[in-house]
Every structure is written in C-alpha cells, then in structure tokens.
Design a protein around this ligand. Structure first.
Ligand SMILES: Cc1cc2nc3c(=O)[nH]c(=O)nc-3n(C[C@H](O)[C@H](O)[C@H](O)COP(=O)(O)OP(=O)(O)OC[C@H]3O[C@@H](n4cnc5c(N)ncnc54)[C@H](O)[C@@H]3O)c2cc1C
Length: 383
C-alpha cells in the first residue's frame, strides 16, 4: 500500500512538470486529473526550444516510458551553438564539429507537450480551468475555477508555474528580482524575414554577449520560426514604468536601437520583422534557503516551487525531475502516509533546487557583466 492508494490527485497546470507527473502517476494506476487555464492545447504560441539533460529531463521521460517518442520528435542539430560578440563576430562555433557529442538534445515545446498529452488517458486534462482559489474540504481541497466549475481532490499538486496561485497556500516566501529583465520576441518565417540572422543561426542557437552587460539569445524552431530574447540589467519596475507599448513594434525597435547602441545594425532585423507582441519578462529567483512545513494534501513542483532565470537552461529539466521524484515518493511503499511521502520529496527537491538556483544566479550575473564572453567560453571550453 502506498500513500495515495484510493486518493484523488489534482495537478494544477499542464506545463512540462504537471504533465510529466500525470503520466508517471497514471503509469502506477493513480487517479489523476490535470486542470489547465488554457482553452485548448494550441491556445498559446510556444517559446524557445528546450535542451533536455540526461540526469533530469531525459531521465524523467525514460521512466515515463516516453524516451522513444522523444527521440522521434527531437530536433537533431538544434543544440548547435554559435557564440558571437555584439558585432556578430563568431567567437565559438559548434557547427564546426561534425563528430561532436550531443549531450543535451533539443525539442520544441509544442512536440514535448504533445508527447506528454498523447500519453495520458483521454479526459485527464481539463482545459479552461483557470483556478482562482481553493477551500479546505474535509481532509482535501475544493478548487474553484474562473468558468464557475469546481472540483475536489485529496491531494493538490501546484504545477502552475512562475506566478503560482497555489504557492501562497503553502508558504508566504516570494521570489526575489534577479536584476535582469528579458524582452521576448519571435519571427514567423526567419528565412524570409530575417535572412542574415537565419543564416547565422543555421538551425541552432545564437548567444550574443556584449561587453556592456547585455545579451541576446536566438533559437530556431522546427516550424521555420525563431524566438529571441534580450537580457538587460534594469530596475524591477522597468517594464511597467518605461512607457513602452510592447504591442507596438516601432516603439520596441526604437528602444532596442537605443539600449543596444554599439551593437551591429544587423540585429535590428529581428525587431523589424517580429511577429505578434513582444513580452517583457522581469526574471525572478526563489531564495536559496526556502523551506516550509510539509502538508499531507498539498505540494509544489517546477517553477511554482523554485522559479529561476533561464540562464542555465535548467527550468524544464528541474520541473520534470521534480515530477519523477514526487511520483516515486507518492507511490513508494516506504512511506506510511502522504505527509511523510511529500516531506521526503520536498526535502530533496528544495536542496537540489537551491544548488541549481545559486549556480543560475551566478551565471545570470556573469552573462550580464563586462566579463560575459570569458565566463561563457570557460563553461563551454573549460581549461
Ligand atoms: C524566456 C524564457 C526562456 C526559457 N528557456 C529555457 C530553456 O532553454 N531551458 C529550460 O529548461 N527552461 C527554460 N525556461 C524556463 C522554463 O520555461 C520553465 O522553467 C518551465 O516551463 C517550468 O515548467 P512548469 O511545468 O513548472 O511550469 P510552466 O511551464 O510555466 O507551466 C505552468 C502551467 O500552468 C498553467 N497555469 C498557470 N496558472 C494557472 C491557474 N491559476 N489555473 C490553471 N492553470 C494555470 C499555465 O497555463 C501553464 O500551462 C525559460 C523561461 C523563459 C521565460
């Protein structure tokens, strides 16, 4: 007998963390529902590609029985990197190495989501369930959604991402501002609309690092589009107070030209042909020493538990490893009840996330400093 036998589990959020957990638990026969605010699978454009790591994201997929589906859908070559300076001079080029080892294969977010959704029993994900609040109901919870629906569960898992609503039911600890704000954009047909960057990208990734504390990261996607994000040190309130309308391309273009003064004019191609709105994203990180008293009917995973900036490429990998560790604890016969199972999961999750968050913050600071290039070169070509 394990800690969740006969219990109803509600996972809030159908991101990579929530869906991986749903699959792993269903494999063990658990009663799981996933509640997602999006109206359907294709409701939102998906961001940059993700590199999955052997010891975390790939391991979780392996345990979920989905590794073949991953290899059938990954994007060979998308991990190739060009490291360039602000003038577009190539400093390091992965494309040069024909026999290089691929340790971190890439997959677009859409195909990853589809693999996970297709692996669930029909009806597991309830779309259009934007959770507004929860109330205690017996030993469990009643979830209240924006569309007027409600649901009950014995155990709730918050997989509701960076701005988790559920987190505050467990802890008042809030993330701190990392000092860096990202502005994200996309070009729909990069071969046609941003041909110079498209050639430089060559189906992979570009990391452009300035000596002025600014960065620009560009990733190709399998549908012929590209996504990019700038990184700048700013005040936390910059995106609110700067007066820029991020749905107005010309305003964002002017901001980029001014803020990235001294960068090659070729980068402006991205802003001139961007498709849809730009999204400003102040980057936050959870305190490294966070902890709380574990509950018997509520826990967190992924960004809801340990938000961190994207500069170490760990977010999705951590979310998927959380799912694996939580599923192992909840379905292990070693734990006599759900509180002990959840406490064991949270102990290892918080300790691991704390180490990774500290590394990520070091990297976020270094990549937005005068020494950015030397720092990055040392990571990819250690002495
Ligand atoms: C610009 C950028 C680039 C990144 N690049 C990388 C990278 O290269 N590699 C990497 O590993 N990570 C990267 N990340 C981080 C990564 O995207 C996250 O760490 C990861 O998606 C976390 O997964 P999750 O399942 O915890 O949450 P999410 O992916 O955020 O999923 C949360 C889900 O919950 C739903 N939801 C939210 N609130 C509610 C609610 N109230 N009710 C119901 N549903 C709700 C959301 O709609 C969403 O589907 C990047 C992040 C950003 C911003």
């Amino acid at each position: 007998m394990n800690a969740i036998e006969g219990k109803k589990i509600a996972i809030v959020g159908a991101g990579p963390g929530g869906l991986t957990l749903a699959r792993l638990l269903q494999n063990k026969g658990a009663d799981v529902s996933v509640y997602e605010r999006d109206l359907h699978e294709h409701a939102r454009p998906k961001g940059a590609t993700l590199d999955l790591h052997e010891e975390s994201g790939l391991r979780a997929l392996k345990e979920a029985g989905l590794i073949e589906a991953f290899w059938a859908n990954h994007r060979a070559g998308a991990d190739k990197l060009r490291l360039v300076d602000k003038n577009g001079n190539v400093i390091f080029d992965d494309h040069d190495y024909a026999d290089r080892e691929v340790s971190r294969p890439e997959i677009d977010r859409g195909p990853l989501q589809k693999i996970l959704l297709d692996a669930l029993k029909p009806g597991t994900v309830r779309w259009d369930r934007h959770m507004l609040s929860m109330e205690r109901a017996g030993m469990g919870w009643k979830l209240i959604f924006r569309n007027g629906e409600t649901a009950t569960a014995d155990i709730v898992v918050a997989a509701d991402g960076a701005n988790s609503k559920i987190r505050s039911y467990l802890t008042p600890i809030k993330p701190f501002y990392s000092g860096v704000t990202v502005v994200e954009g996309a070009v729909k047909d990069s071969a046609k609309d941003s041909p110079d960057i498209h050639r430089l990208l060559n189906g992979g990734k570009i990391f452009a690092l300035g000596d002025d504390g600014k960065s620009l990261i560009v990733s190709s996607k399998g549908d012929g589009s590209l996504v990019f994000y700038t990184g700048c040190k700013t005040e936390e309130s910059w995106s609110r107070d700067c007066g820029i309308d991020f749905s107005n391309r010309e305003q964002v273009q002017n901001w980029f030209a001014k803020t990235f003064e001294g960068w090659d004019i070729a980068w402006q191609e991205l802003f001139e042909h961007a498709h849809g709105n730009f999204v400003p994203r102040p980057q936050y990180c959870m305190p490294f020493d966070q902890h709380w008293e574990s509950q018997s009917n509520l826990t967190l995973l992924g960004d809801a538990a340990h938000l961190m900036p994207p500069y170490a490429g760990e977010g999705v990998n951590m979310a998927m490893l959380d799912a694996l560790e939580l599923s192992d604890c909840l379905t292990s016969e070693a734990f006599k009840d759900s509180r002990t199972a959840i406490a064991a999961y949270e102990k290892q999750m918080l300790s691991r996330a704390s180490e990774v968050a500290a590394i990520t913050m070091d990297s976020t600071n270094a990549l937005h400093s005068e020494e950015a290039m030397a720092f990055f070169l040392n990571i990819i070509q250690p002495e």
